[in-house]
Design a protein. Structure first.
Length: 433
């Protein structure tokens, strides 16, 4: 804590993991002897840089860029870039730490990293976003490479931004190095199914979790927070599995649509960068927009937080429990506060932590790297089928590990210990570095 003052999200993420590791440290004393925990909590490298760019009126802005290369014991650094005004070093470090364990859980050879900037793409023109991305990559490129560090998207970074970043990388290096970024467009190295992967994978995980209690998503009311990449695809997959998704949200409020969200309309609104309020206006009928309130007020059996960190508080958890929630699965990274997780656990609600439940995105990024390395183009069906297999594997690993360490049904313990063991064993084998 003293070494990283003010990095509250990073402290929260590390504390949440360390709280669950005692059984594994007791059982394997060589982890303590080789200071694996201390080394795991210290990023291998942290890069902070200036990103100057000019807006359409010629005014110069200066943003801050970050890339935290957290751990490369099991593969090259891998993790997304976030463009949002809230981004700071503590947030990037929390995300990089989580990413390290998540990537290990996928079973793919990828290390952990995260990056981004406090740049706000909202309200910026295409040309401004392009100039920002070009300036960002003009510094970042020297730290990247398909065997070194491979960024992807996150909040505020989608296929458009990845395109501008990739274009600038290609221009500076004079290399068409497909494997250096994932989340690329189809036609220039992207994997079909990558945009869908996190949301789809989340729902596959949720279905697996419900099946351990002889239940399924069929006929369940689902509430999703956010209306971005992860949220939209979670809504789609949940609907395909027979659930009725009754609400979603953005940073201004939520929309509730008791007969089920009209996904085509929602996608149309979001593709034009519209807000959920506009969805409610256009949908008419029963849909209703509620400003500045948490979407967790809407009664449901399954809750999928897919917006941002610490968005589901103890108060929200209390409301969900009173309304009879059966399962909460994190599409976002660390959206549930520690107090909320505790309440859900005490109430016996199934809880899937983000590092397991949202691992489908990065797993499909690893597939994209594999596709690029083989200079091939895969089909949507092929990647979707592999995504399902990977999510089942992640689920079973967490489930079995929790059982092995005496916490049956506790996916949080299972995910933390399983991810830790995979990274820690590789670190011990490779010596003191
Ligand atoms: P997007 O930028 O596509 O969407 C983010 C959504 O969350 C938007 O609806 C946004 O609303 C809302 N949101 C963002 N910040 C806040 C806030 N402070 N309060 C309320 N709502 C907010 O991002 P993604 O869907 O890609 O990412 C969402 C989450 O999932 C993040 O936690 C990310 O780290 C995680 N994740 C993403 C993966 C991916 O593949 N994309 C992979 C694994 C995890 P508004 O438009 O109003 O800002």
């Amino acid at each position: 804590l003293r070494r990283n003052p003010g990095e509250k999200e990073f402290h929260q993420a590390v504390r949440e993991v360390l709280e669950t590791l005692q059984p594994v440290l007791d059982r394997h004393p060589h982890y303590a002897d080789t200071a694996v925990v201390e080394r795991l909590c210290e990023p291998e490298r942290q890069i902070v840089f200036r990103v100057p760019w000019a807006d359409d009126r010629g005014r110069v802005h200066v943003n801050r860029g970050f890339r935290v290369e957290f751990n490369s014991a099991i593969g090259p650094y891998k993790g997304g870039l976030r463009f949002h005004p809230s981004v700071n070093l503590g947030i990037v470090k929390f995300l990089g730490f989580e990413q390290t364990l998540k990537n290990a859980l996928t079973g793919k050879p990828i290390g952990g990293a995260k990056g981004g900037s406090d740049f706000d793409p909202k309200g910026r023109s295409e040309a401004e976003v392009m100039r920002f991305c070009q300036s960002f990559m003009t510094e970042l490129y020297r730290h990247l490479g398909e065997y070194t560090d491979i960024p992807a998207g996150d909040i505020g970074v989608g296929t458009r931004e990845i395109g501008y970043l990739f274009g600038q990388y290609r221009r500076i290096t004079n290399r068409f190095e497909s494997g250096v970024l994932t989340g690329k467009g189809i036609g220039w190295g992207g994997a079909p199914g990558r945009p869908e992967a996190t949301g789809y994978g989340l729902v596959v995980f949720t279905q697996q979790m419900l099946s351990t209690r002889g239940d399924s998503l069929d006929g369940k009311r689902v509430v999703v927070s956010g209306a971005g990449n992860v949220a939209l695809h979670a809504i789609e997959k949940a609907r395909d599995l027979g659930a009725v998704v009754v609400a979603c949200s953005d940073s201004r409020g939520y929309v509730v649509d008791p007969k089920g969200l009209d996904l085509d309309l929602l996608k149309e609104v979001r593709e034009a960068r519209g807000r959920v309020e506009e969805y409610a206006e256009r949908r008419g009928a029963d849909a209703r927009f509620v400003a500045d309130a948490p979407v967790w007020q809407v009664p449901c059996e399954v809750a999928l937080p897919c917006a941002t960190q610490n968005e589901l508080t103890a108060r929200d958890a209390g409301e969900l429990i009173r309304n009879g929630v059966l399962a909460v699965a994190e599409g976002a990274n660390m959206p549930t506060t520690p107090g909320a997780v505790e309440l859900l656990r005490e109430a016996g609600v199934l809880f899937a932590p983000g590092k397991a439940a949202n691992a489908g995105g990065v797993a499909t990024s690893a597939l994209e790297m594999q596709q690029n390395a083989s200079r091939d183009s895969w089909t949507f069906e092929y990647t979707e089928q592999r995504l399902e297999e990977i999510m089942r594997h992640v689920h079973d690993t967490c489930f079995e590990t929790a059982q092995r360490y005496g916490h049956p049904g506790d996916y949080r313990v299972g995910a933390n210990i399983a991810g830790f063991e995979l990274v820690a064993d590789a670190m011990v084998a490779q010596g003191l570095i």
